[in-house]
Design a protein around this ligand. Structure first.
Ligand code: NAG
Ligand code: NAG
Ligand code: NAG
Ligand code: NAG
Ligand code: NAG
Ligand code: NAG
Ligand code: NAG
Length: 712
């Protein structure tokens, strides 16, 4: 199934030839000679500093070859193969894409292996929804599946990990299902208890959070629909997981493997990850049928202002009755991460990881295989560079993760399994999930990587305008690329950053797309709407690949902690405005000053070292020591205790937000304390928030301390 025009033949660095043996022997003798005849006044000459002279030129040379070897043809071919059949995690069809990706890496001569995990997944068995009209007693079956897809191995629309259950009750409209929506309903005198809630996606809450909230308000079941420009794709239904947190629910905090420890299904640690009431997704058409039949108070104006259907006038409950049934099963399945490695020639024990998930709800052309095809193309082009003599300074790892859609399971289990190795050796993690959803470049990053992202986007052509780079496109509109921060728990960077403290980037073209998690997310959709000429795929491959080349090859890691300082200061200002002086943020402000001094100092040191031409014998070691400080500073933000009630999340700057629609997507511990203590008395409340402020301050100080590199 592989395309024969791109299979290079090359030797593996792992199989040393006779010549490399002689070379190493010669080096050894030279080094021995140097050591024995050390002359303190003369500059020792070893092989590494000489190579350093060529680094800049070499790197530029290979970057240019990398950029010019882009091919929309190979990208589209990979995507076509990956999307021929649906490939939901844990199903036989998904093994096809596993083997496709593995044989691609194998054919390029990369060291490739599968990392299998045994985890709990969830599938639907039966679902039905009937509406009963009280006026005439007649019942109608409401459609739950997507027209025309059920025969092709596409899974029925469902919510993974929803409990099985049934309900016979009146429907009530909950808007987005946020706390303020329930308050509005109470204001209208609407009693939601015992009803079946209908809500629309998009209020900034996860599926798990809205279902849990509905359960807390006494609803019997939840139906969710997605608005948007789905008119071209009538009947599309958005699947998704309703599990809380991430990773295998039966092996929380450790890697799930066959024969390893597993919690029991009825363990409270497991059951609290699943909602208490059942839920199902609906097409917007089906939702409209129900919502149009509602009587009772009028929909609040605030809700209807940004609602697409003008036909929804009242919130209910009733008068129709809904008969809701969902039956699902939770099953242990084996999932497969595919790993491919290019061993670093000078620092093989420093890792740069490029990751993307492979599993999809349906055909997955956008989500996630646009990213997979880009990953495969980067591997192809890196193999080409290797044939031309390139070998990266640091080790590059390609990760193709499984079961992301169920809750980032493949990547989380892998990170848990390799935690100490990653903590001590990973320089950065570069994630791409949906590489292309539409127009416009978007990125998320930890702030020390901002500058690198800007530099790289200056070198990659904007796929949607002529003769201009992605970076310049923003410049002409007087904007700069708006880099998001990685607080979301919505793709595979979560475990790397929020658990292991690895500096991370997440890239994508287009913000959202109408066929999200539906059976319409197919190769045809990509060809017709998403990226007809695959030029946006080419652009993402350029940015992702150049980021990787810099992080793998730059003698000094391209991290600027002054950006982190500026961002932390901005976060602190936002928090300060919110708290209106009730809590002292001085500990954080002082810690930021510390970090600023350390960041300025290390920037100077880095500059000096990169201009150092003296070829001193400790040069390699000095760079290594500096790089270690740059790499480990991010780990300083981790805290062994983790977030309150979410101990697995260790990062105190970026992590999951526990507050409805909060704009504060940083300092998750502080924001969590603010919401948790809302109804406590003043002293208790201030104490809890102040404690979290101190924890953030200490985290920033730890990072500063690592950057400084010395002991206190
Ligand atoms: C992982 O799964 C694949 C596919 O089932 C299998 O061929 C392989 O032997 C497994 N690897 C290990 C190490 O268990
Ligand atoms: C029963 O009433 C509903 C709503 O009033 C209507 O849509 C439906 O067609 C009626 N069914 C029959 C069989 O009359
Ligand atoms: C409503 O539909 C229009 C296009 O028909 C779309 O641009 C807009 O985002 C939709 N609004 C919502 C809230 O879904
Ligand atoms: C509700 O639906 C289920 C499943 O389709 C069916 O078995 C049951 O009889 C229905 N209940 C009522 C009251 O219509
Ligand atoms: C882009 O550059 C080419 C070659 O330099 C030139 O012929 C063309 O007119 C340029 N297009 C635009 C829109 O500037
Ligand atoms: C862009 O910013 C510059 C100065 O920052 C200003 O002079 C110019 O008018 C702005 N252009 C637009 C299109 O807003
Ligand atoms: C690649 O882009 C060229 C134009 O630059 C276009 O003619 C060709 O059809 C594209 N190939 C694919 C497979 O989309």
């Amino acid at each position: 199934m592989l395309h024969n025009n791109i299979i290079p033949k090359m030797g593996l660095p792992s199989k040393p030839s006779f010549f490399s043996f002689i070379f190493i022997l010669t080096l050894f003798i030279l080094t021995l000679y140097n050591t024995l005849h050390r002359n303190p006044t003369a500059t020792a000459v070893s092989q590494a500093p000489i190579k350093h002279r060529n680094d800049k030129y070499d790197s530029l040379h290979y970057q240019n070859i990398f950029l010019s070897s882009a091919s929309n043809y190979t990208l589209s071919t990979y995507l076509r193969h990956l999307t021929l059949q649906p490939h939901l995690a844990g199903t036989p069809l998904s093994l096809r894409t596993t083997l496709y990706v593995k044989s691609h890496f194998d054919s390029l001569g990369l060291q490739t292996h599968l990392s299998n995990h045994t985890v709990l997944l969830s599938y639907p068995l039966f679902s039905s929804l009937q509406a009963r009209f009280l006026s005439n007693g007649s019942s109608v079956d409401l459609p739950l599946s997507e027209p025309g897809f059920s025969q092709n191995g596409v899974v029925e629309a469902y919510h993974a990990y929803s409990p099985s259950g049934s309900a016979l009750a009146e429907p009530v409209f909950l808007n987005f299902g946020r706390e303020q929506d329930y308050i509005a309903l109470r204001g209208l005198g609407v009693e939601v208890k015992g009803c079946i809630g209908i809500l629309r996606r998009g209020g900034g809450l996860s599926r798990n959070a809205v279902v849990e909230k509905a359960a807390a308000h006494g609803l019997a079941a939840v139906l969710m629909y997605t608005e948007g420009e789905k008119f071209k794709f009538r009947g599309g239904v958005e699947r998704g997981t309703v599990m809380k947190g991430l990773g295998d629910p039966l092996s929380p905090g450790w890697a799930g493997v066959g024969g390893g420890e597993k919690l029991r299904l009825n363990d409270p640690q497991v059951t609290e990850r699943f909602p208490a009431i059942p839920s199902l997704p609906l097409s917007s058409d089906t939702a409209e049928i129900i919502l149009r039949s509602l009587e009772g108070p009028r929909v609040p104006q605030e809700w209807s202002e940004n609602m697409n259907s003008t036909k929804i006038g009242r919130v209910g409950p009733g008068p129709i009755l809904l008969n809701f049934t969902y039956l699902g099963e939770k099953k242990m399945e084996i999932i497969h991460n595919v790993l491919a490695v290019i061993r670093g020639s000078e620092e093989p024990d420093r890792f740069l990881i490029l990751g993307n998930h492979r599993d999809a709800w349906t055909y997955g052309a956008v989500d996630p295989n646009s990213g997979t095809s880009v990953l495969l193309d980067i591997a192809r082009r890196f193999a080409l560079l290797m044939r031309l003599g390139w070998s990266p300074r640091r080790t590059i790892i390609f990760g193709s993760w499984d079961a992301e859609e169920f809750g980032m399971i493949g990547s989380t289990e892998w990170v848990e399994k390799n935690l100490v190795n990653l903590g001590s050796k990973a320089v950065a993690y570069l994630n791409v999930d949906c590489a292309v959803q539409g127009p416009g470049f978007f990125a998320g990053a930890t702030p020390q990587l901002d500058d690198l992202l800007f530099e790289v986007t200056k070198k990659v052509k904007d796929p949607d305008s002529e003769n201009i780079s992605i970076f310049e496109t923003y410049k002409v509109t007087n904007k700069t690329i708006d880099i998001q921060r990685l607080s979301g728990v919505d793709s595979d960077f979560a475990a790397f950053l929020q658990h292991a403290g690895v500096p991370s980037i997440d890239l994508y073209y287009g913000r959202d797309f109408p066929v999200y998690h539906t059976a319409f997310d197919s190769y045809d959709w990509m060809r017709n709407f998403g990226d007809p000429l695959f030029k946006r795929h080419v652009a993402v491959s350029g940015v992702w690949g150049l980021l990787a080349l810099h992080l793998a090859d730059d003698p000094i890691l391209p991290f600027n902690y002054l950006s982190y300082v500026a961002q932390l200061q901005e976060h602190t200002n936002t928090l300060s405005n919110f708290l209106e002086g009730h809590i002292s943020l001085r500990p954080i402000t002082l810690a930021i000053q510390d970090l600023r001094a350390a960041a300025e100092e290390i920037a100077k040191e880095a500059k000096k070292l990169s201009e150092d031409e003296t070829l001193d014998e400790f040069y390699v070691l000095k760079k290594r020591m500096l790089n270690d400080r740059l790499m480990f500073a991010e780990r300083g933000f981790l805290d062994a205790e983790g977030l309150h009630g979410l101990q697995w999340f260790k990062h105190l700057i970026y992590g999951p937000q526990t507050v409805d629609g909060s704009e504060m997507n940083f300092f998750p511990g502080v924001v969590g304390a603010i919401s948790r203590t809302m109804s406590m008395e003043k002293g208790q409340k201030q104490g809890a928030i102040q404690h979290e402020v101190w924890r953030v301050a200490r985290a920033i100080q730890r990072a500063a301390c690592v950057l400084k590199g010395g002991f206190s």
